[in-house]
Each structure stands twice: as C-alpha cells, then as structure tokens.
Write a protein that binds this ligand. Structure first.
Ligand code: DSN
Length: 451
C-alpha cells in the first residue's frame, strides 16, 4: 500500500493544478528547482563555509577545476563547496552584493541572524509594526526577538504609504541600532534614498531591508534595490516573487573574509559578523539540497526572461487592482505599485476577511484574510484580504484572466454578503460550484510548472 503521505501529495498536486493561487507570497518553482531540492544532497552534513574567494570577476565555468579552500567541520565537501560557492556568487551578481550567506533556513532565521550579528540584548530596533504591514519578525511581541531586543515601531499614513515623518522622528530620537525597512502587506515602493539619507545622522545604525516580498521584482529590475541606495544588509526569503525553494538569504556590503577569527564589530565587517551569526550563532547544518535549489533559482533569475516575468507580475497586479476598483472593491493605497493588493473587504461589501477567504477556497481561488493598518477586528477575523500575482503570472495568466478573476471575486463577495456568515454559505453551494467549475476550466488551460 502506498504511504498515505504520497496520496496527500497527489491530492495537493491536484488542488494546485485546478485552482488559482493568489497568495502574494507563494509561487510555483520550475522542474529544475524541484529536482535539486529532491536530490541526494540532503544526505550531507556541511557545517561551516566554502572558500571566501570568488566575486568579483569570478567565473562560473571555472568552478569544476578551481581549488577551493574550505572552513567546514566535516569531510567530503568537494561537491557541496562548489554548489554553495556557485549559489553565493549568483546571489551577489543578482543583487549587487559583496557577500551572500545562503544558509538561512527561512526568512525568519535570516532576520534573527542579522539582529544577533549586530545587536546586544536590549538594543533598539526601529521597524514597521505588524498591523501596519510589517512582518512578525519585525518586533511582534509574540516573537523571541521581541523578548531580546527593544523594538520601536513606525506605521503607515491613511493613504497606505510609509509614514516617513514618523520614521524619521523616531530614528533621530531613538538612535536605533538597526533601522529596518521591508514589509509583508505593503503595495507601494519605499523611498530607499530618503531613508538612506538618515545615515549621516545615524553613523552607528545598521540600515537593513527585508525584501522578502519583492526580491523577484528587484532581481528583474522592476523595483529599486536597497543595496544600491547604501543599505548595509538585505534579508529575503527565496520562494516568493524570486521563485526558488522555501528558504532564506542574507546579502550585505562590506569586507568579505573568513569568519574563523572574531572580527571587530564595525559596519564594514558586517558580512563576516553575519556569517558567524548564521553558523554557529543561530543554525547548525545547512540544507545543501535547498542551497542547490537556490543556486538553480538564482541562475533562472539571472536570465533575461526573468525581467519579463517580473514586469508582467506588476502589470497583472495593476490590471487586477483596476478591475477590482471598477467592481466596488476598496483597496488600501488605492491600488498597487508592486505585486500585492490589500482589499478592505469590510468597507467594500460589509463582510469580513475570513468568510471571504473560506468562500473563495470553495471556488478554487486561494488568498488570505489579512488585518488592515486601522483594523479593530483582530487577526482571526480581520477586515481585509491580501492577494497578488506572482504565482498566476508564472502560469501565464494575463489581462483577460485578470478581468475574469475580478468578476469571480465580485460574485463570491456578493454571495458572502447574502449568506452573512460562514455556516450559511452552504445555502449557496450550487452558485459557488458553478464558479468553481469555471475556475477549474481556466486553471487547466495554464498547467503548473514542475509536474
Ligand atoms: N508568511 C509570509 C507572507 O505571507 O507574507 C511572510 O513570512
């Protein structure tokens, strides 16, 4: 008998193939990325790091013959070192960094490693609060970091932009050890130049950006790169718009050298401090099968067609936003400048985000209920939903399908309005099923990659 795990994987394959993924932090990876993730590299232990030679001017085609030193705690690294070295080099080229640490298991681990590299317990970190659009790891009181460091938060203005005046006032008053930019529910392009201008007055502050949501847009050249504006460190996940395996990445500018000798704690030494903070500071053995898959994904993102893909993500999001606006949806920020749309579903149709999420699940459209900056309704029954276009753009959907999506979304919102509560949605099963069949028919025309 087949292990039921595999039956469930098959069922998930069917769900992904026959539905449309609108969660803005999800994507579909290529067959090549899946192959690297499922490879025998998972068998290997490799604590430590490969050689610190490499960029700039380092050539990929020399990787098979180049002598690599290593700083590992296990033998048998000759292939692993080359794979990790390739991954580091591609990440640096993609994002104009001096150094990349490709080992963080997740974006949360990446953020925590940066805090650990630069701060002492009790140090101040200035970041956007979670309700305003920041991430859990940017100081939410339920996290471990919030118990160690002193987080101060800035917010957004009523029109959905960063409250720059609030950020600047708090930065100058608090002189934080880290100033953190980067968000999970934000649809504008941050003014990195304006924020980096604070460096003159904050010479000891580490300027950090968490670009998890927009990394693919930056790689594709359709969103500014904080490292080009003088930020010291950028963290990201690798699986959202960047379309790689689930994992984390830390990029930095500064001196690159062996982390074996403890460096002086200076902004120039940030790359070395980060390497020490990832291993042995906060993680053990790196996941080399995932690092190989990151290398493959970065290689894909370095191809010219990735620029077309990123541009298409943004144009699809703008079309979808304008179609939703036409149908009475109230959008935070009045639309979008990136891949993400935040809908005030309460103001639009007087329903909450959770009933809408559940009803859309029934028709094969997946998004997530999300709190709005001004929300009084709590995280489990928020007034908003968050959606985006990275995954559907990978499948090849474009303008006509954005119009169709907006039509379905309006129909489902009106059914939720009539139902009034989740348990009454059953009264509208046949209406929902009709939409579901239409979604499935369209989804089948755009197969998911990798299967
Ligand atoms: N959970 C991710 C998101 O959906 O934005 C952030 O880590």
């Amino acid at each position: 008998m087949q292990d039921p795990v595999f039956n469930l994987i098959d069922a998930e394959k069917q769900r992904q193939s026959e539905g449309l993924e609108l969660i803005p932090s999800e994507n579909y990876v290529s067959k090549a990325v899946l192959t690297a993730m499922g490879s025998i590299l998972t068998n290997k232990y490799s604590e430590g790091y490969p050689s610190f030679e490499g960029t700039p001017g380092w050539q990929e085609d020399k990787i098979a013959t180049e002598i690599l030193e290593n700083y590992r705690y296990y033998g048998g690294q000759e292939n692993i070192d080359r794979i990790e070295r390739l991954c580091i080099d591609r990440a640096c080229r993609l994002f104009h960094a001096d150094h990349a640490n490709v080992q963080p298991h997740s974006g949360a681990n990446a953020n925590e490693a940066v805090y650990f590299a630069w701060c002492d317990p009790g140090d101040k970190i200035l970041a956007m609060s979670l309700p305003a659009g920041g991430h859990l790891t940017h100081g939410s009181p339920v996290t471990r970091s919030a118990k160690i460091y002193d987080f101060i938060s800035y917010g957004v203005t009523p029109d959905g932009d960063i409250d720059y005046a609030d950020l600047e006032e708090k930065a100058l008053k608090e002189q934080p050890k880290i100033l953190l930019v980067g968000y999970s529910a934000f649809m504008k392009i941050p003014d990195f130049a304006r924020i980096a201008a604070l460096k003159e007055k904050l010479p000891h502050t580490l300027f950090m950006a968490d670009m998890a949501h927009v990394a693919g847009l930056i790689a594709g050249g359709v969103h500014p790169n904080p490292l080009d504006f003088g930020f010291h460190v950028v963290t990201t996940t690798t699986h959202k718009t960047l379309r790689g395996p689930r994992g984390g990445l830390i990029l930095s500018k500064g001196n690159v050298a062996s982390p074996l000798k403890k460096p002086e704690k200076t902004l120039e030494n940030i790359p070395i401090l980060i390497d020490r903070a990832v291993f042995p500071g906060t993680q053990g053995g790196p996941l080399e099968h995932i690092i190989a898959a990151k290398a493959v994904a970065f290689g894909e993102a370095l191809q010219p067609n990735f620029q077309d893909y990123s541009a298409k993500i943004v144009s699809n999001a703008k079309i979808l936003a304008s179609e939703l606006l036409k149908r009475g949806f109230a959008l935070q920020g009045g639309g979008t400048e990136n891949h993400l749309i935040l809908v005030d579903i309460k103001a639009s149709f007087d329903i909450d985000g959770k009933i809408y999420e559940k009803a859309l699940d029934k028709v094969g459209l997946t998004l997530n209920a999300n709190a709005l900056p001004s929300d009084q309704s709590g995280a489990f029954r928020p007034s908003g939903v968050r959606l985006g276009t990275p995954a559907i753009t990978t499948r090849g959907l474009s303008e006509p399908e954005m119009v169709k999506l907006a039509e379905w979304m309006e129909k489902v919102a009106r059914l939720c309005q009539k139902a009034g509560s989740e348990d009454k949605l059953d009264n509208f099963t046949s209406d929902l099923e009709k939409i579901h069949l239409e979604v499935q028919t369209l989804a089948r025309k755009f197969p998911i990659p990798g299967v």
